[in-house]
Design a protein around this ligand. Structure first.
Ligand SMILES: CC(C)(COP(=O)(O)OP(=O)(O)OC[C@H]1O[C@@H](n2cnc3c(N)ncnc32)[C@H](O)[C@@H]1OP(=O)(O)O)[C@@H](O)C(=O)NCCC(=O)NCCS
Length: 328
């Protein structure tokens, strides 16, 4: 069974609720909601004007079953509570009433607010909104997780032979500091463990293996490894390592003989966004891997991003991932 089929099955067992805030503008979201509901993968909650959503569905010959909840962006009895929430979230920016109201009237922020209130278990957005807007919506509502220092993202890379690796960060933080890179690594370990069920073995990648090169960029990776090691002594991790020393046991034996990973890393932490983004696309195109992601992590609750070119299946997959991540 592929990793994404396994994740969908796990989601089905968990019986959680997923908010889809872009149904008013995207028929793919409505189609995905219907499949989530029909197949019992999650209980979808759509945000938007009920009549507009039904009209959009009708234009595409889609019928929305009565079981699917559609919530308007503004429910009168919660108006004041929501306003106060966003006023507090923006307090350090001295916001105007218009700025606060614009968050209150935005489906992405409304979805995050409901998630924060415990009215759902995950949010999936980004088939219409940009990645930056989705991340901002998540940051202003559920916020950064207590034990993380930054929001980042992973890709699950499933190889043609069935092995699954986690790559990070491939989508959010261009140049992480050592503390941020350590946080990205520990969050990626958690994501890997939750989604694959496997214990993470984390490699902090560099163009140097254990001092083979000296450079300020290498120092950042070394520092990140030390920081992560201090925060988690139970998982196998090592750095700085070149990819072959992290991945090929024979090379590890020669270049990093004391490495606890022994060339068997399954979580790869790239030193910056250029490296992570390029690496996942190369693995996808040259090695025929199936990439699932970007999976946002480091948030207090799961708020998943989609590509604007996503398919209905991608939305269902992201919802399933969100459900499984909500079990932390
Ligand atoms: C995440 C992202 C939207 C933040 O952009 P930004 O311009 O720094 O965002 P803002 O200034 O609106 O930041 C909002 C707040 O979130 C904080 N923040 C920004 N990025 C954060 C992150 N990754 N984790 C935690 N907090 C973050 C900011 O410090 C700011 O806090 P403040 O308002 O309390 O001062 C931006 O890094 C981004 O667009 N990343 C995606 C890159 C991309 O395009 N990827 C696609 C393919 S690679």
């Amino acid at each position: 069974m592929s990793i994404i089929s396994t994740i969908r099955s796990k989601a089905r067992e968990l019986g959680k609720r997923v908010i889809l805030p872009e149904a008013e503008r995207d028929i793919r979201v409505i189609r995905a909601a219907n499949i989530l509901e029909e197949n019992g993968i999650a209980t979808p909650i759509l945000i938007g004007d009920k009549q507009n959503i039904h009209e959009l569905a009708k234009e595409h010959n889609v019928v929305i079953p009565d079981e699917i909840t559609i919530l308007p962006v503004n429910v009168p009895e919660f108006k004041q509570e929501k306003y106060s929430f966003f006023e507090a979230q923006l307090a350090h920016k001295n916001p105007t009433a218009d700025q606060i109201n614009s968050l209150c009237n935005d489906p992405l922020y409304t979805a995050g607010w409901l998630l924060e209130k415990g009215k759902a278990d995950a949010v999936v957005a980004g088939s219409v909104a940009s990645t930056a807007d989705v991340i901002r919506g998540a940051l202003r509502t559920v916020g950064v997780a207590k034990d993380s220092s930054i929001v980042s993202s992973t890709f699950l890379m499933e190889m043609p032979d069935g092995r699954v690796f986690t790559y990070a960060d491939c989508g959010v933080v261009p140049y992480p500091t050592p503390v941020q890179l350590a946080s990205i690594a520990l969050d990626s370990g958690k994501t890997h463990q939750l989604l694959t069920g496997d214990e993470p073995s984390i490699a902090f990648l560099s163009f140097s293996t254990k001092g083979s090169a000296s450079h300020e960029r290498v120092d950042i990776v070394k520092e990140a490894y030390k920081t992560a090691r201090k925060q988690n002594s139970s998982w196998k991790m090592d750095g700085e390592l070149q990819f072959d020393a992290a991945f090929v046991p024979k090379v590890a034996n020669r270049k990093a003989p004391d490495s606890p990973l022994e060339g068997n890393a399954n979580v790869f932490i790239f030193p910056n966004l250029d490296a992570g983004n390029i690496a996942y696309k190369i693995t996808e195109r040259l090695a025929g891997a199936v990439a699932t992601g970007p999976i946002l992590q480091g948030l207090e609750k799961p708020y998943l991003d989609l590509s604007r070119g996503c398919s209905v299946e991608d939305i269902i997959n992201a919802a399933s991932v969100g459900v499984v991540l909500s079990t932390t």
